[in-house]
Design a protein around this ligand. Structure first.
Ligand code: BGC
Length: 408
């Protein structure tokens, strides 16, 4: 008989996530800032002040404490910490220490991402992810940052979603460095990212006794009868994920990040979400789709968690991102409710899941899409940058405080 779990165990982490570049603002020494302003850039608008989290982190952390969240995933920014090769900024490290201390004051466990898509400009000029010294440079950055911050960190994520960085930056040209058809560059970048994770994790562990892991994008890839696995971007990324799963067997946890499913029929990709290309289209959403054009399918989280559990040999799982871009906040609540019930079902099967971290805390800079998609539990007025918690923010706080999902 299948056991039904209805509540989360004590110590289960519930909260929200952001990344450095998407919320801090003014990250002008990074390759993404360059990319946002480059001629012919696909970005709809620059990140600018983002959510000014760089200056407003105190209020944002206090708000999360008031809401009842017990974990917060945020990023530290390599471009600030090492603004020139080999020059580490004590002031920036002190800034991140203050953020960590703020989390601790509010009894919030900080989950820290060391790398979330962006690179310092000096490294971009040398070739970025494809530069042959990339793994060694990442290792040194991890070592320095963990030495300065490790005692306050709860969980450390080395790299966010490395599986797509080679393909999207070197073959599709939709991320920095914006190469197209550079298969060799993509291959080198992917190899370097695997090695960077391995070396970065060792460096962090050598400086601090904290759990270290990698965060992977794991859409639920579903094949109908007669479908042939092909060469779509998602499928190629999935093959890279298999290599990261092998490395994750030596890690302390694996971060699972899922938004939707992608379906494949005998004729190839089918259903919503496969077309990423038209950034400027109207953000129309229906009950069945999201502002990103994805299928509204929170059940995808169950498939992703089971895959990670099986593929990484039973390493504990943190759900580090699960979320929906929508202008309809009740739809967000239903999405989270279903995703959390999937999490409970996985736990009832014996899978060791330790967190549900929603993406995102704030309406923030959604990369090339700019500020139009709204993933946040908390709205941000684009003129005043004032925070406006949505009903979903309070709803998730109730779940965090009680450890149970209320009847909808
Ligand atoms: C990334 C985030 C992004 C989110 C929503 C994830 O793949 O880690 O940076 O904003 O998806 O698209």
């Amino acid at each position: 008989m299948r056991v039904q779990r209805t509540s989360f165990p004590d110590g289960f982490l519930v909260g929200a996530s952001v990344s450095a570049h998407q919320v801090e603002g003014g990250n002008s020494n990074s390759d993404w800032w360059w990319w946002e302003h480059a001629e012919g850039s696909p970005c709809l608008e620059p990140s600018g002040d983002a959510c000014d989290f760089y200056h407003r982190y105190r209020e944002d952390i206090a708000l999360q404490g008031d809401l009842g969240y017990n974990a917060f995933r945020f990023g530290i920014e390599w471009a600030r910490i090492e603004p020139a090769e080999g020059e580490f900024s004590r002031a920036e490290l002190a800034h991140y220490r203050r953020i960590l201390a703020g989390c601790r004051e509010h009894s919030i466990i900080p989950i820290v991402t060391f790398h979330h898509f962006t690179l310092p400009m000096w490294l971009h000029h040398k070739g970025g992810f494809a530069f042959d010294r990339f793994p060694e440079l990442f290792e040194r950055y991890c070592d320095r940052a963990a030495a300065a911050l490790g005692d306050l960190i709860g969980y450390a994520c080395t790299i966010n979603e490395p599986q797509g960085l080679g393909h999207s930056g070197y073959v599709l040209g939709i991320n920095p460095p914006g190469h197209r058809g550079d298969v060799e560059g993509s291959r080198r970048a992917t190899g370097n990212l695997l090695e960077a994770h391995r070396r970065g994790a060792v460096a962090i562990r050598s400086q601090a006794k904290i759990p270290v892991g990698i965060c992977l994008a794991l859409p639920d890839l579903q094949y109908e009868d007669g479908a042939q696995p092909g060469q779509s971007g998602f499928e190629l990324e999935s093959l890279v994920n298999d290599q990261f799963f092998e490395l994750a067997r030596d890690d302390d946890f694996i971060g699972v990040q899922t938004y939707t499913r992608f379906r494949f029929g005998p004729e190839g990709p089918r259903g919503a979400g496969h077309a990423w290309s038209d950034l400027s289209r109207e953000l129309t959403e229906t009950d069945d789709t999201t502002q990103m054009g994805y299928e509204n399918y929170p059940q995808a989280l169950g498939g992703a968690v089971r895959r990670a559990w099986k593929s990484a040999g039973g390493v504990p799982i943190l759900v580090t991102e699960s979320g929906i871009a929508t202008a309809m906040d009740e739809k967000r609540i239903r999405y989270i409710d279903t995703a959390m019930r999937e999490t409970l079902a996985c736990m009832a099967e014996g899978i060791d899941v330790r967190s549900y971290i929603y993406w995102s805390l704030l309406d923030n800079f959604e990369w090339a899409f700019g500020y139009r998609p709204t993933f946040g539990l908390i709205g941000v007025d684009r003129k005043t940058l004032a925070r406006r918690p949505k009903l979903s923010a309070y709803w998730l706080g109730q779940v965090a405080r009680t450890g149970a999902l209320p009847d909808l």
